[in-house]
Design a binder for this molecule. Structure first.
Ligand SMILES: Cc1cc2nc3c(=O)[nH]c(=O)nc-3n(C[C@H](O)[C@H](O)[C@H](O)COP(=O)(O)O)c2cc1C
Length: 539
């Protein structure tokens, strides 16, 4: 296989990480209970070759930085991933179904299934057990067809897990429909797949759209899916290992978790269905991938949110300048968007962005605001927002049950929550000149270096007007502002031969004479001219 992302598999990707000094091989024997803490301390991905008591190595942390995620996607920068995703979404390529797959070198089915042989680590001190975190779960619904997602499964028995389908996503719907029909919902869990496959699975495509088409779009070639041995659902052909399983029609009645979440918090105890593992198929020398929460989830998920927000805004026909799906918002719940708006589009942009996935809080700003500068954004909120006019609250919307601020609901029910939009664009009917920024006179001509030594020591060539010259200068200024109003600084610049004090005195004289006035923008003009501002009349 080539070193290009187009045709490479999981292992070639690991090789590239290694070559980029982003992955370290650890030969020393490690206790599996120490793996998560070690990954957390590491700047690089870790591949533990010798996990005490297990014959399978563990790799973890492979997407735990923006750089590694960009490398994974074959992009020069993290920001570039969004564009790649967009192209993949525009040109999806359907998967191909192949008969032969490397991960079927060893097949354990029925009673031979033993999940405890796999090096599945426990991560946080509150975890409810060893947790399979990095599997691409493919399911089939009789009506909607194939669906792919990433779902964590907690190991409960040698052939039994849970599956965290607490959130109202497509797999949950598939499992719900199967439950109502009284049948199990077959799933394959492919572990150790190429980055294109796992990132695509994390993308929430509409119901009935198989995310593996996006994976094909990303690699510019179809993703190879292989049949499973025991269920009528395919799996990712290049995987390191695959669990063939069924979500049992138990309903959401089994306690599962807790899990460390993308929120950087521990989730609560979840109520989930059980999953019976019917077979494990694997490469003889399989490498187990343990996805480390929360940052691997964050960096895999963030580009898909960018793509989804941009697509929604495009649909809403809003001209977007910048999008920041913020890290403080867990790369999931917050977006700051700058737009070149026409009247009312601040609100349209809010509605479009808030419709995306689980987006919770959105701020829309004008295109003079840097969406990546939190101070700039807050400044826009401070100076452009009236809460009663510009803050939209939409109660009862789809929410992510992992949001710890949601009200407590009975087990098995999905809570709804509020979406909030802040339109921090300059409001309609508000004069633009209220937003003229301070810009210093002569900023483009003076240079501080000249005053810090080494510069031109000569004094600027200014003349001091004699005391009796002030009246003459005042007459010249009178003539100048009689033609058109001028800012004070423009007047001062207009007479470079005079020192500023003389100009200020001449202006003072015009004021004393009662002829100096200002136009509505604050420029100096003659009091009796048509330019002159008039005081507001008293009601
Ligand atoms: C690393 C990772 C782990 C995830 N774990 C879960 C999970 O345990 N439960 C869940 O509901 N969603 C999880 N997700 C989110 C879903 O995979 C994602 O929402 C997906 O788009 C759902 O697809 P679907 O609606 O087509 O089923 C995870 C995403 C990633 C990237």
């Amino acid at each position: 296989m080539s070193g290009e992302t187009g045709n490479e598999g999981f292992r070639e990707f690991l090789d590239r990480l290694r070559a980029e000094r982003e992955l370290v091989d650890i030969e020393r024997a490690v206790d599996i209970r120490h793996v998560a803490a070690l990954v957390d301390q590491s700047e690089r991905a870790l591949l533990f070759h010798n996990v005490i008591g297990y014959g399978t190595p563990i790799v973890s942390g492979i997407y735990r930085s923006q750089r590694r995620t960009a490398l994974a996607m074959g992009c020069a920068t993290f920001a570039e991933i969004e564009e790649k995703l967009r192209r993949g979404l525009e040109r999806p390529i359907d998967p191909v179904h192949v008969e032969r797959a490397e991960h079927k070198e060893v097949i354990a089915a029925g009673d031979e299934v033993d999940l405890y042989e796999l090096p599945v680590p426990i991560c946080s001190i509150y975890d409810g057990g060893p947790m399979i975190t990095g599997g691409v779960v493919i399911a089939r619904d009789p009506e909607f067809g194939l669906n792919a997602g990433v779902y964590r499964c907690l190991v409960k028995e040698r052939n039994l897990t849970g599956i965290d389908i607490n959130t109202p996503n497509n797999l949950r719907l598939y499992a719900q429909r199967a439950l109502e029909a009284g049948r199990p919902c077959p799933i394959s869990v492919s572990i150790g797949v190429h980055p294109f496959d796992i990132m695509s699975a994390g993308f929430r495509a509409p119901l009935g759209v198989n995310e593996m088409g996006l994976a094909g779009g990303l690699r510019g070639a179809p993703t190879a899916l292989a049949p499973c041995e025991t269920i009528e659902v395919p799996c990712v052909a290049g995987a390191e290992l695959v669990l063939e399983a069924e979500i049992l029609p138990t309903g959401w009645v089994w306690p599962e978790g807790r899990f460390g979440e993308f929120t950087r918090l521990m989730g609560g105890l979840h109520w989930n269905p059980l999953v019976r593992v019917k077979a494990i198929t694997r490469r003889r020398d399989a490498i187990y991938y343990s996805l480390h929460m929360p940052w691997e989830n964050t960096w895999l998920g963030a580009p898909t949110r960018y793509a989804a927000v941009r697509a929604a805004l495009k649909n809403a026909r809003v001209q977007v300048r910048g999008i920041n799906v913020t890290i403080g918002g867990c790369a999931m719940w917050h977006a700051v968007i700058s737009v070149s708006k026409q009247a009312g589009e601040g609100k349209n942009a809010l509605l479009a962005a808030l419709s995306v996935m689980d987006m919770k809080h959105v701020v829309v700003v004008d295109d003079d605001i840097d969406v990546f500068d939190p101070v700039d954004v807050e400044w826009a909120i401070a100076t452009r927002v009236q809460g009663d006019r510009d803050v939209i609250v939409i109660p009862g919307a789809r929410a992510k049950p992992l949001d710890p601020s949601l009200p407590v609901v009975p087990p098995g029910t999905v809570p709804t929550g509020a979406k909030v939009g802040i339109d921090a664009t300059i409001g309609e009917g508000i004069p633009r000149e209220r937003y003229e920024r301070i810009s210093y006179a002569h900023a483009d001509t003076v240079r501080l270096e000249d005053y810090l030594g080494g510069g031109d020591e000569r004094l600027p060539g200014v003349a001091f007007a004699p005391a009796d010259g002030i009246a003459a200068l005042a007459r010249r200024i009178h003539a100048l502002i009689g033609e058109a109003p001028r800012y004070y600084s423009e007047i001062a610049a207009e007479f470079p031969g005079f020192d500023f004090q003389s100009i200020a005195r001449a202006m003072g004289k015009l004021h004393e004479d009662g002829t100096l006035w200002q136009d509505p923008r604050g420029r100096m003009c003659l009091r009796d001219s048509t330019f002159a501002a008039r005081p507001p009349s008293r009601a």
